[in-house]
Design a protein around this ligand. Sequence first.
Ligand SMILES: O=c1ccn([C@H]2C[C@H](O)[C@@H](CO)O2)c(=O)[nH]1
Ligand SMILES: [Zn+2]
Length: 132
Amino acid sequence: MSSSDVDWDVLRAAATDAMQRAYAPYSRFPVGAAALVDDGRIITGCNVENASYGLTLCAECTLVGQLQLGGGGRIVAFACVDGEGNALMPCGRCRQLLYEFRAPGMLLATVSGVRTMDEVLPDAFGPQNLPA
Ligand SMILES: O=c1ccn([C@H]2C[C@H](O)[C@@H](CO)O2)c(=O)[nH]1
Ligand SMILES: [Zn+2]
């Protein structure tokens, strides 16, 4: 599975389904996320808010949890949508979370079209920055 195999309509539809599971009573801003994994699976996530607002989990957080629970893997392509089905940029923290699990050449559907992980998180902090 590589970034040329991505059906963006399918990925956006999966993100939209996940968005309908969001728990967002405080912001009223439901978000759904979907990722194509290198083994061909599509995994999803939704935001899960909390009365202690700062503890909110973004959709990307729950997606990464689902990825690992499902046996792990590398993300080939990613999309997230808001309550109206529009593309949404992952927040900075979530770009870092996604970076950890990127496949080489990972693509993201963004507000300005398809972008690479390197474009949305240049000069990323990663394992290469940790001592050997
Ligand atoms: O990429 C994003 C951006 C925002 N949110 C959520 C967090 C919060 O519940 C709501 C408003 O910020 O949207 C996500 O899940 N992912
Ligand atoms: Zn986030």
